[in-house]
Write a protein that binds this ligand. Structure first.
Ligand SMILES: [Zn+2]
Length: 488
């Protein structure tokens, strides 16, 4: 399995630290509002990566934090006249709710920053003792960037370039403008915890580093997040973790590409800013997942409502194909053409192989999905051509392959349309004196009566049958493979 490591800018053969096991961490949200669909794309990407690793037999331990203390939360609380705790609690719950709606698997471990203050203080103390951090007079604690010779390696930056290029805020408490806060002294009214440096709260980068170490142990196999987190967040997480514990931090860094809306950067001022909740209120999770998976996770993803509508249509096409395959298998005449059946089975095997190869090539979900779109097209052609003489085994092989592939991707296909209503027994009894208790047989009897009426040009009777079915919400569909009764 090849994974693109954004630290080395190369696809590398994946080698877990411990055989058969993968430990991965993905930075969670700062909980001050509903997440937008750009964030959702990142979480979906890592959900599918995790699902594929599990499908490949790895025992995956997945941790994701909730940043529940932060300037953004405090600002939101002040705007709304609430406490920061109230805002964080509301949007932590909202985040979890929307993730579940989006069919994202819960993490194995979901630490909350505010419950991890002790380990963070311990880490900062150790960094001070080792000469990598210092307490300033104002009660802040800063990491000394120049004390870490490896600083810049995660995001490919050179410290001296940062000095030239970066617009660094003036701060007289820092010894060097590049230094960043590990601990922030509390301003009046802010949430704070006691520490050796006075009341305060941890910096964001410290949260993740401490939680990774506590829950997964360092180094971990995969550390992920959106590409906007590579610098400074991931760089700073890595710097303090490696300086504190003298071990690697993450063997593979993975970063997801940004999300555009109609080709433009999403922003509130452009009016093209959408939260995950807004989108899931209008469309299925499966369609949004499918849309997103049709672009490789590292490439920019272009979202539009038209594309989402298109994904809904694709899902319907797939589900209908599977329904038709199962129906054709159940009604197989036993006179199937063996050569055609073998070709369809070969196509199903080819799709499975392509899917696996694509997923093993840096989680190329776009290629994986395309392999099954192709199979759906081939299955539809097969069903059209063979009419009622489909091969049972080939049909089931195809439908099982399609179901399995989309299940691995967490794209839930709709259930086959429900069984026909028992009311059909009464209709069949009235029309042809059917006395059995099988709804399927009753449907066949009604169809036979309809065919008979039509053959005899008894349009009154044919219409009466149609009307009786319609009263039960049913229609007759005439296809190349024969006629069937289904729900309207
Ligand atoms: Zn993080």
């Amino acid at each position: 399995m090849l994974i693109y490591n954004s630290q080395t800018h190369k696809k590398e053969e994946f080698q877990p630290i411990e055989e058969g096991k993968v430990r991965m961490y993905v930075c969670g949200p700062t909980v001050y509002d509903q997440i937008h669909i750009g964030n959702a794309r990142t979480f979906l990407s890592f959900d599918v990566i995790r699902r594929w690793l599990i499908a490949c037999g790895y025992e995956v331990t997945f941790a994701q934090n909730l940043t529940d203390v932060d300037d953004k939360i405090i600002n939101r609380a002040n705007e709304q006249g609430r406490t920061a705790e109230e805002v964080a609690a509301e949007f932590s719950a909202a985040f979890i709710e929307q993730m579940r709606r989006f069919n994202i698997m819960d993490p194995d471990i979901r630490p909350r920053a505010t419950k991890e203050i002790g380990p963070m203080i311990g880490m900062i103390k150790s960094l001070i003792e080792q000469g990598h951090a210092y307490a300033a007079d104002n009660g802040d604690v800063y990491f000394s960037v120049r004390s870490d010779p490896a600083y810049g390696e995660v995001s490919g930056r050179k410290v001296d370039d940062l000095m030239v290029g970066a617009r660094i805020e003036e701060n007289e408490d820092k010894r060097d403008p590049l230094d960043f806060a590990l601990w922030k002294a509390a301003k009046p009214g802010e949430p704070s915890w006691p520490s050796p440096w006075g009341q305060g709260r941890p910096g964001w980068h410290t949260e993740c580093a401490a939680m990774v170490h506590r829950y997964l142990g360092t180094p971990i196999d995969i550390h992920g997040g959106g590409s906007d987190l590579a610098f400074p967040h991931h760089e700073n997480e890595c710097a303090q973790a490696t300086c504190c514990w003298h071990q690697g931090f993450a063997n593979t860094w993975m970063h997801t590409g940004m999300l555009l809306v109609d080709g433009e950067k999403m922003s509130k001022s452009l009016g093209n800013f959408f939260t995950l909740k807004e989108v899931l209120d209008q469309h299925s999770a499966a369609a949004l997942r499918l849309l997103m998976l049709q672009t490789h996770y590292r490439s920019p993803l272009d979202f539009s409502w038209e594309r989402l509508e298109g994904a809904e249509n694709s899902l319907e096409r797939i589900a209908t194909c599977m329904e038709n395959l199962v129906w054709a298998a159940k009604h197989a005449s036993g006179k199937a053409d063996a050569e055609r059946a073998a070709a369809l089975i070969a196509a199903a095997e080819h799709a499975a192989a392509e899917f696996e190869a694509a997923m093993n090539d840096d989680f190329n979900t776009a290629g994986a999905v395309a392999a099954y779109f192709q199979l759906v097209t081939e299955a539809n052609t097969y069903l059209d051509e063979v009419g009622g003489d489909a091969d049972e085994e080939a049909c089931y092989a195809c439908s099982a392959g399609i179901a399995g592939a989309f299940a691995v991707l967490g794209v839930e296909l709709r259930e086959p349309k429900e069984e026909l209503p028992v009311g059909l027994l009464g209709v069949a009894a009235g029309l042809v004196g059917y006395t059995g208790d099988s709804v399927d047989e009753a449907a066949e009897a009604v169809l036979a009566a309809r065919a008979e009426a039509r053959a005899a040009k008894d349009w009154g009777r044919a219409d009466a049958i149609r009307d009786q079915l319609r009263d039960m919400g049913l229609v007759v569909e005439d296809t190349a493979a024969g006629s069937r009764i289904k729900r309207a």
